[in-house]
Design a protein around this ligand. Structure first.
Ligand SMILES: [Zn+2]
Length: 165
């Protein structure tokens, strides 16, 4: 199971809860909620109920009601980074918007609600541990999905929903 962060775009409240499939949880919650909901990300843990409880405790002073909290996107981002969590990928995450001065590609955006560099967030799986440069292979590597790439293959990879398929 994963611990997810779902934001209510109308009230700006963030729900911290647990689900096997966070992305379908949004749809379920949306049925009973007139406001637009968006999955910000999720954390994978061997003890997800303890992690959820720890987060509920940490933000207890800003609990709105039940599992909804007044926490900002900065704090959600910090939790995602601290626990090497995941953000939902954009369908066009691989589209390169530009290159920085070192020739590193900059994407349209891995996810909808924030901009990340590839060393902050893997564009292949959305892991907030990011990709690191493997000097021996001279390629970027993601420990979460094990993608190893120099980004020349991107054109080839485009259109593939899941690099693990
Ligand atoms: Zn990855």
């Amino acid at each position: 199971m994963a611990v997810y962060f779902i934001i209510d775009r109308e009230s700006e409240a963030v729900k911290i809860g647990r689900s096997k499939r966070p992305e379908s949880r949004v749809a379920t919650l949306s049925t009973g909620n007139p406001n637009p909901l968006e999955l910000m990300g999720w954390l994978v843990s061997s003890d997800d109920s303890a992690l959820e409880a720890a987060l509920h405790r940490a933000y207890a002073h800003r609990r709105r009601h039940l599992e909804w909290f007044d926490i900002g996107t900065d704090e959600v981002l910090r939790e995602l980074q601290r626990h090497s969590g995941f953000v939902p990928k954009h369908a066009d995450a691989f589209e390169i918007a530009s290159y920085d001065k070192d020739g590193v590609p900059e994407y349209v955006g891995v996810c909808k609600w924030a901009d990340f560099e590839i060393d902050e967030c893997c564009p292949f799986c959305g892991c907030m541990a990011g990709m690191y440069f493997n000097e021996a292979a001279w390629m970027y590597h993601c420990l979460a999905c094990d993608t190893l790439t120099n980004f020349d293959e991107l054109a080839y990879r485009e259109g593939r929903a899941d690099p693990n398929d």
